[in-house]
Design a protein around this ligand. Structure first.
Ligand code: SAM
Ligand code: DTB
Ligand code: SF4
Length: 366
């Protein structure tokens, strides 16, 4: 990944100006940036796996897994490695190239459970899939151990702006989140960090969250944008759903301020039409979570998603093809003549560097 393309001094004002542009202009600009750095017809399919559900001591106001809220989810203990492997194989067979394992933990604790997670990481890595974890706060040493096990990405969301954060979570600070991201960054694991819209935040908070992410140097390789899934029993159960236009604007703005990142159209797709999702892909989203469940809440059916891909002419992205672009292709002049530069993505189906090689390469060019 070339760092030269990343601008790290974004201000809230600049980002607000982008977010509030006339829609057609915003879409055109975002789609232009998108085509410069990504194949517009490729979308990564990722699968979420809740390896430890419910009973979390934190008070994140949106989360059905917080023990203190009375939600309808079925909690369970840490999953067996064999079960994780079986689920990952199923996901791979249905076109997924990335598995993200989530645990309802405040933070990772050293001991047998962490050892079990490390074994899960090794197991999925051997299946030739990108493996991501989201386990709560992490120390530098734990990030290092995950890296050694072959972890590709660590997800730790900022969730919202620093200002609004206090209205959403009281049991840990925004600063703690930045520390975890920093610990991940010190290892060879890529950073996945994004947030949620529709929690009652102002547009300024959405811009504030993007400032916090885009001014990280390097920027996160992956940014999930979630629409709140308002779950009964949580403090946010009565939140009004956001409109698709807000999602499109958020995706487009994220794409423009973080041109190289994977922008993930994450929670909330059950409420979105195909037309709405198509607009998000046009605006720069290049990943979805597939499977009938996210971590605990419903998600569109895989077959319906595959039908949507067919309808839109989208191809699922192969694993390990994004962090660095070890081999570039010369695209046809006519296809990109308006953009001034040739695209930098890897050729679909081209033999791709594996995890270690791809990451080593990305470090080299930083
Ligand atoms: N416990 C870990 C943590 O908080 O980092 C990992 C799991 S947590 C469920 C991962 C992310 O899922 C949260 O940071 C939040 O952004 C997202 N999330 C959780 N509940 C959600 C909801 N109801 N709607 C949308 N996104 C949600
Ligand atoms: C992210 O930003 N969204 C995913 C993933 N990272 C871990 C999780 C969404 C969870 C939605 C609520 C649930 O299903 O429990
Ligand atoms: Fe726990 Fe994560 Fe849910 Fe917060 S988001 S309550 S830390 S599982």
């Amino acid at each position: 990944m070339s760092m030269s393309e990343q601008k790290h001094d974004w201000t809230k004002q600049e980002i607000l100006e982008i977010y509030n542009k006339p829609l057609m202009e915003l879409l055109y600009e975002a789609a232009t940036v998108h085509r410069k750095f990504h194949d517009p017809n490729t979308v990564q399919v990722s699968t979420l796996l809740s390896i430890k559900t419910g009973g979390c001591p934190e008070d994140c106001g949106y989360c059905p897994q917080a023990a203190r809220y009375h939600t309808d989810i079925e909690g369970n203990d840490l999953m067996q490695v064999s079960h994780v492997k079986a689920q990952a194989l199923r996901a791979k067979a249905s076109g997924s190239s990335r598995v993200c394992m989530g645990a309802a933990w405040r933070n990772v604790k050293d001991g047998p459970e962490f050892d079990q997670v490390l074994e899960m990481v090794r197991t999925i890595n051997k299946l030739d899939m990108e493996v991501c974890c989201t386990l709560g706060m992490l120390t530098e040493n734990q990030a290092q151990r995950l890296a050694e096990a072959g972890l590709y990405a660590y997800n730790h969301n900022l969730d919202t702006s620093e200002d609004y954060y206090k209205d959403v979570i009281s049991t840990r600070a925004f600063e703690d989140r930045l520390d975890t991201i920093d610990n991940v960054r010190k290892s060879n694991v890529t950073v996945c960090s994004g947030g949620i819209i529709g929690m009652g935040e102002a547009i300024e908070d959405r811009a504030g969250m993007l400032v916090a992410l885009a001014t990280l140097n390097p920027q996160p390789e992956s940014v999930p944008i979630n629409a709140l899934v308002a779950v009964e029993g949580t403090p946010m159960e009565d939140m009004e759903p956001i409109s698709i236009w807000e999602m499109v604007r958020m995706v487009a703005t994220t794409r423009i301020v973080m041109p190289e990142t994977q922008v993930r159209l994450s929670a909330g797709r059950t409420q979105m039409s195909r037309e709405g999702q198509a607009m998000c892909f046009f605006a720069g989203a290049n990943s979805i979570f597939a499977g009938d469940k996210l971590l605990t809440t419903p998600n569109p059916d895989v077959n319906e998603d595959m039908e949507m891909f067919k309808l839109l002419g989208l191809n699922p992205q192969k694993p390990f093809t994004k962090v660095s672009q070890p081999k570039t292709v010369e695209a046809s002049e006519s296809q990109f003549k308006d953009l001034g530069e040739k695209p930098k993505w890897t050729r679909p189906g081209h033999s791709i560097a594996r995890n270690e090689e791809a990451k080593a390469k990305s470090k080299l060019v930083e």
